[in-house]
Design a protein around this ligand. Structure first.
Ligand code: CAA
Length: 382
């Protein structure tokens, strides 16, 4: 059974996230986007609020909340600034979740506790310059040494939080002959010798988040920093991305909701022949269409989160939510610009930022084409 009512805690999370987004994030969002400034102070405050490890057990420094609460908070944050949304999402659903699920108690004590409380920031390193959608084709290698440690060599690309993060989950080949069963996940410290951060990418959108490539030259990882078993890295990457896709769906949902609200607001203010433009059916139809898409995106995303909370399989539903919400975000942001006319095309109103930010949700954590593959496989599987 699916409930369409939020609990008191979930309502409280929405209010907390909404107030924080309005008071602390919104005022600087446009300026940070323009100058590509990472919101370090905001991320620290999010940690204090318990939003950097929302679903992590309080035993390990997290907030112990459900995935539905996470979606709610992600929507509210991304509604004003999708850059902050992705920083939060990667730490919560890709890094904290993976360590809590696959890590040892020692790793949770030493590393998860700091990530979940927001004292340290995490990044997830799967993509490479020549490895995107075909994630099993890892070129980065990790070679076992006599003392049981591994030496990592290679390059990772498009790493969200790359220039600011302290802890990196790195996927690498430990035995190429075994195909995807020869991939292992390592926890790498940002201070490790031989680890190098590239230039911050000059992106179309989510410009206040930092993205860079990472170089590994004989970076030594001790055996106690292998996440899960040797050879299980690809499965860890895939399982983690299932939950990550709920995070990105909720980021897209936030962008869609933000663009929709901006369009409604502008349609009330702007007049043509002494009447607000929302008296025109051309504008009304656009707003109607946007409202349907934003609500459908929300329902799909919450359904995936609710299944995850019940411990049920949610691979299909997470990919459906991510595919639909990301498409909707782009379309709604596009229409929000159209409603604003020329004003939508300049920085003064936020809709051009929403439009630029929306595009990435169709690319990272599995492109829309990959979501089609995952969805079709789930539909057709026995
Ligand atoms: N959930 C759990 N396990 C899964 C899975 C899923 N969704 N998809 C595959 N697996 C498992 C399979 O069960 C199989 O396991 P066993 O070998 O143990 O039986 C194993 O993975 C291999 O499966 P496939 O043969 O199906 O794998 P494939 O090579 O055909 O690839 C794919 C599947 C879906 C195309 C995958 O490569 C994929 O998801 N690609 C997209 C990668 C991606 O999303 N990258 C995002 C980068 S991270 C990022 O963007 C973060 C950021 O900074 C914002």
């Amino acid at each position: 059974m699916m409930s369409f009512e939020f609990t008191e805690t979930q309502e409280m999370i929405r209010q907390t996230a909404r107030d924080f987004a309005r008071e602390q994030i919104a005022p600087s969002a446009s300026e940070r986007d323009k100058n590509g400034v990472f919101p370090a102070e905001i991320v620290a405050q999010l940690g204090e609020l318990g939003f950097m490890g929302m679903m992590v057990d309080p035993e390990w420094g997290g907030s112990g909340l459900d995935a539905v609460s996470y979606v709610i908070a992600m929507e509210e944050i991304s509604k004003v600034d999708a850059s902050v949304g992705v920083i939060m999402s990667v730490n919560n659903s890709l890094v904290c979740w993976a360590i809590e699920k696959f890590g040892t108690d020692d790793q949770k004590e030493r590393i998860l506790r700091l990530l979940a409380s927001g004292q340290k920031l995490g990044a997830y390193c799967l993509s490479e310059p020549e490895v995107g959608s075909d994630a099993r084709n890892q070129h980065t290698t990790a070679t076992k040494q006599d003392d049981g440690s591994f030496l990592i060599n290679g390059t990772k690309n498009w790493i969200t939080n790359g220039t600011s993060a302290d802890i990196f989950l790195v996927f690498a080949q430990t035995d190429r002959s075994l195909g995807h069963k020869g991939i292992t996940c390592f926890i790498v410290d940002g201070d490790a010798e031989g680890f190098e951060r590239g230039q911050k990418e000059d992106k179309l959108g989510i410009r206040s988040s930092d993205t860079c490539s990472l170089g590994f030259t004989n970076v030594r990882v001790a055996p106690e920093n292998i996440l899960g078993e040797v050879g299980r890295g690809f499965n860890i990457a895939m399982e983690t991305l299932n939950g990550g896709r709920i995070g990105i769906a909720s980021q897209a949902l936030g962008i869609a909701q933000g663009a929709f609200e901006a369009a409604v607001q502008y349609s009330k203010e702007r007049k043509v022949r002494e009447k607000p433009i929302n008296a025109l059916q051309a504008i009304q139809f656009k707003l109607a269409e946007m409202s349907v898409k934003v609500d459908a995106a929300r329902l799909l995303t919450l359904r995936a989160a609710a299944l995850k909370d019940r411990g049920e399989r949610f691979v299909l539903e997470a990919s459906q939510a991510k595919l639909f919400a990301s498409t909707a975000a782009r379309e709604i942001a596009n229409e929000a610009i159209q409603v604003h006319g020329g004003y939508g095309y300049v920085r003064e109103y936020n809709v051009e930022r929403f439009f630029r930010d929306a595009k990435i949700t169709e690319i990272y954590e599995g492109t829309s084409e990959i979501q089609h593959i995952v969805i079709a496989r789930e539909i057709l599987r026995d």
